[in-house]
Design a protein around this ligand. Sequence first.
Ligand SMILES: [Zn+2]
Ligand SMILES: [Zn+2]
Length: 367
Amino acid sequence: MKAAVLTEVGSDLEIRDDVEVAPPGPGEVAIEVAASGVCHSDLSVQNGTIPLPTPMVLGHEGAGIVTDVGADVTTVKPGDHVALSFVPRCGVCQACRRGQPYLCETAAMQAAGGMLDGTTRLTSGGAPLHQMACLGTFGQTAVVPEISTVKIADDVPLPIAALIGCSVLTGVGAALNTATILPGDTVAVIGCGGVGLNIIQGARIAGAERIIAVDQFTSKLDMAKQFGATDLVNPDDGDTVGQVMTLTEKGVHSAFEAIGLEATIMQTVDMLRPGGEAIIVGVPRLDVMLSFNAAFTFLYLNKSVKGCWYGSADVHRDVPKLISLWQDEDLKLDELISREISVEDVNGAFQAMESGEVARSVIRHSH
Ligand SMILES: [Zn+2]
Ligand SMILES: [Zn+2]
């Protein structure tokens, strides 16, 4: 089968058509991948922000059709349509049992770049190929853990389901699950890419009255407005925190950071009103450190800083919920898909993402 492979950090992805796929093992499922979003986290693996082993088939935001199942698989069968979760969810570990399946302990195995047992089901030229997030949706076929699949109805378009698997769950989840947004609140979102746009629409669904979008690309600010932003702030027009303070007088109730930079994380904390919360969603490099004045930040101004991993989502609760919000036209998903591409165009999609041209490029695999 054909797949886009990262051979070493910093290089363009290589399109290989000699990738061999082993049959699914116990608790594993083979998927004909129909669609995969090209997410900033794929780029972060390519440029080394997220360190993972190579060679690796990237792609972790996908959906497709089950073609084969290994032993002991009970929840899906060949022919089922599934969205893929980039965090497996075992249902029995301590995190899963206390309602935090996004922190499922099995996910630690993903750092090894294979399946849950640490081995990979893909080879190319006789050598093993790693799979990002136990998935690897930049390949036409993926073998994935059963616990990384979420069955969906056959009439949900697979490109839509693909986006739900990462950017939509992360962004909308950050607003609806991680944060506490009350109707009438004022919210700010720094970084209006695929995740940021979903935070904005999540905040709108939560009832925020003012949603301030912050981005240096006017193209992204235009999209932010379409997704529900009421005020637009471009850092090129002056100090970001100053601009937000001018708009709000006392600051915002919730501020989201969806880039992963020290400077913008600090801005989210600085733009909070007393009692406000900063939600950190972006993926920082491993060496980013933060420094706060403890007394003012946490005590006298009573701000809080919350981490957000995978939108604090429970995929079996939230995927159906997001699909139904989309069906009710409360959630814009079609508008997220700026262009559909073939896997050969994935390096161009990375460039388009870096230059702020697109919300999402979605790979449609041929079969
Ligand atoms: Zn992603
Ligand atoms: Zn678990």
